[in-house]
Each structure stands twice: as C-alpha cells, then as structure tokens.
Design a protein around this ligand. Sequence first.
Ligand code: SF4
Length: 261
Amino acid sequence: MKTKENILVLGLRSYVSLAFMVFLFFAFIASILTALSKSIDRLLVNIILNIFALMMTGAALLLIASVIYALYIYNKSIINQKLLYPLSSSFKMLLNIIVALSMFLKYNKDSIRHFYIHMNNIIVRSCNRKFAPQNILLLLPHCIQNSECKYRVTNHIENCRKCGSCVIKSIVELKERTGIKVEVATGGTSALNAVQNNKPELVIAVACERDLTGGISEVRGIPVLGVLNDRPYGPCKNTSVDIGMIQKYLHDFTDYDKTSV
Ligand code: SF4
C-alpha cells in the first residue's frame, strides 16, 4: 500500500541513487578534463581545462555533502540554524537537477517531489520564528472546493456559505479564529500573484506534489511550508486537506493555540 511514509522512503532512495549517478557523471568529466590538460602542451588551454575540472570536482563534492545532509536531517523535525543556509541552498539547487533527471530516467517523480517538500518543511521549521497571523498566507488550490458548489471563492473565500460539503468551511472558520490571510489560487501564476499582493512573511501552501515543488522553488525570499492535498477522487477534483496539519503549523509559527479549535 502506498502510504505517505512509503512514498517518502521511496523518494529518499531515488534521491540517493540519482545523486550517485550525477556524482559519477561529474567525477567522470573532471577526470577527462584533467587527463586532457596533461596531454595538451598549451598553458592557456591547460589553465581553462583545470578550472573546469576543479568546478566539476567541486560540484561532485557538493553533491556528496548534499546527500549526507539529506540523510542527516531526514528524520529530524528541526536542525541547527548554523547549518541552514549553505546546506539548504545547495540542497535545493541539486534537488532541482535530480528532479529533472528523474523525469529523463522515468523515476517516480512524485516520490522525489514528496521528499523535496518534506526536506523543505524541515528547513523552514528550523528557522524557529514566530509570525503575526496577518503575515501568514494560506494558499489553497481551487480544486479543494466542491466541484458542484455554485459560490465563487477564488477571489473571496468569504463567499463560502459554510454548508460543510467541502473543507473550505473549516478553513473559513480557521481564518476567522486566527486572522491569517487565505487565498484560493486557480493555478501557478495566480498563486504567485497572491503572494506578491499579500506580501506575507510566511506562506503555507496546499497543493499536489508538482505544484508545491514548483511554488517552493519559485517563491524567493519568503519561507513556504508545503502541505500535500488529499485526492480521494483523483487529481484536481474535490480534493481536501488535513486541517490538523495546518493548525499544527499555525501553532508552531504563531501564538495560536490549536487546542482552542
Ligand atoms: S463549504 Fe462553502 S465552498 Fe464548500 S461547497 Fe459549501 S458553500 Fe461551497
């Protein structure tokens, strides 16, 4: 059975094996360049070849550091802040390469994306900051609304009549209780516009693996926590979300008390 834990473990394994392939590639190119520089008797060409060989060796070492880092923090809820910036930026960069490679080699992309979101959330949680509720933006995909609902919530979630046929009712109530901002996005561009317009200090984004990894890597300078949506009817229709998970994040990042729900 494909539980979220199983998918995560699969993502970790795929990440490590793909990272190893990329490492071999970088190491191979570095050794070819070094061998070439020894066989050519021209100073300028030698310098250029050695610079590229050094860059490839650096990339290979960075990759090894990134894999060790991933294995180290995988089971942790938070990590030492001193390790955050250098390691998280190299991890994100390399993971983008690995996701692209997984598409080419026909690996299970969603498991790697799942792993990416998991690791991203550990990094964001490790910032250990508190935010005012009005500076937190909860971004939802429009497929979370019941497909037969006639009220349009994409511009104003307050249009929801709280009938309880979808999870929007609970989210409107959560918004009223906590004071966070909530936007329902119709796609990637609309989600980015919502971030630009609201200027939040923290984004909690709900979406599928593909949209979340895209959003996390596209939003710059603002931490984004990813929450995977539930898809009991398949993708993009009548999806849902674990409200308890959102409440837990609000509890961790604000002075909001989830026991008051
Ligand atoms: S809870 Fe709100 S958004 Fe969902 S179906 Fe009812 S009225 Fe529509």
